[in-house]
Design a binder for this molecule. Structure first.
Ligand SMILES: C[S@@+](CC[C@H](N)C(=O)[O-])C[C@H]1O[C@@H](n2cnc3c(N)ncnc32)[C@H](O)[C@@H]1O
Length: 230
């Protein structure tokens, strides 16, 4: 059995419906994250447990993080027909599914080896089309020559090292005139990320979205101005 299959096989998954604007998206996902982490450390990691391995392989990709809902709401409210969209650290990829439902040409990416298999099941469940590419911001991108009108990510600023990597990746793949949306539940590194983006020459706006699972959504534009509505 491959590592990806082993990582997915024993996870406690449920299916639920996420309502995003006028969309209803069914997702197979982890409901009890602590139980999933226990399964992962007991049955999958075993003696290979180290902090680095834990961070890379732990099943965060399969849980529904609140910032993803806020980002998906932003996506669902934006006309995206034919627009090239890149999601970073997508996990369950609710924003990518919402973008695909709005007609975007979506590439969803994540470093976790089991993301693709769960995403494939969720795309089939919803009759949607999203291209997946395994992409770790610490390494080579699998689509070096492309740029995207929208680059987006949710809840990817939870360690000190992630902000600079995410910003470098946005800077590299955001098309001239494009817009980046970064949603975050308000983690400690959010303000540093916004300050770094300003220092890099982006115009940065911050909104708070979602009455229940409130999250911050940063909008980054290159100073030349955006081609998409806010
Ligand atoms: C907290 S989860 C958020 C998942 C999803 N964006 C959401 O909001 O529901 C963080 C995600 O970032 C991914 N990730 C972390 N470090 C990464 C890296 N260096 N390159 C690509 N993805 C990464 C993880 O695999 C995980 O899926």
């Amino acid at each position: 059995m491959s590592l990806a299959s082993r990582l997915l096989a024993d996870l406690p998954l449920v299916t639920r419906t996420e309502r995003v604007g006028a969309l209803a998206i069914e997702l197979e996902c982890i409901e009890d994250f602590e139980a999933a982490v226990t399964v992962f450390t007991d049955r999958v990691l075993g003696e290979r447990l180290s902090e680095a391995v834990f961070e890379d392989l732990c099943p965060m990709f399969g849980a529904m993080w609140p910032a993803a809902r806020a980002l998906a709401e932003r996506v669902a409210a934006t006309p995206l027909d034919g627009v090239p969209v890149l999601e970073l650290g997508c996990g369950l990829a609710l924003p990518s599914l919402a973008a695909a439902a709005r007609g975007a040409a979506v590439t969803a990416t994540d470093q976790h080896p089991a993301t693709e298999a769960l995403l494939a099941r969720n795309l089939a469940r919803n009759g949607l089309d999203v291209h997946f590419a395994r992409f770790d911001w610490r390494g080579q991108a699998p689509f070096a020559d492309r740029s995207f009108a929208v680059v987006m990510a949710s809840d990817v600023l939870y360690t000190a090292t992630m902000g600079p990597l995410v910003l470098d990746t946005v800077d590299r793949f955001l098309a001239y005139g494009g817009v980046a949306w970064i949603a975050d539940p308000g983690r400690a590194w959010l303000e540093d990320f916004a300050a770094m983006a300003v220092a890099r020459g982006f115009a940065v706006d911050m909104d708070v979205l979602g009455p229940e699972d409130g999250a911050f959504v940063l909008t980054l534009r290159r100073m030349a101005g955006a081609v998409l509505p806010p």
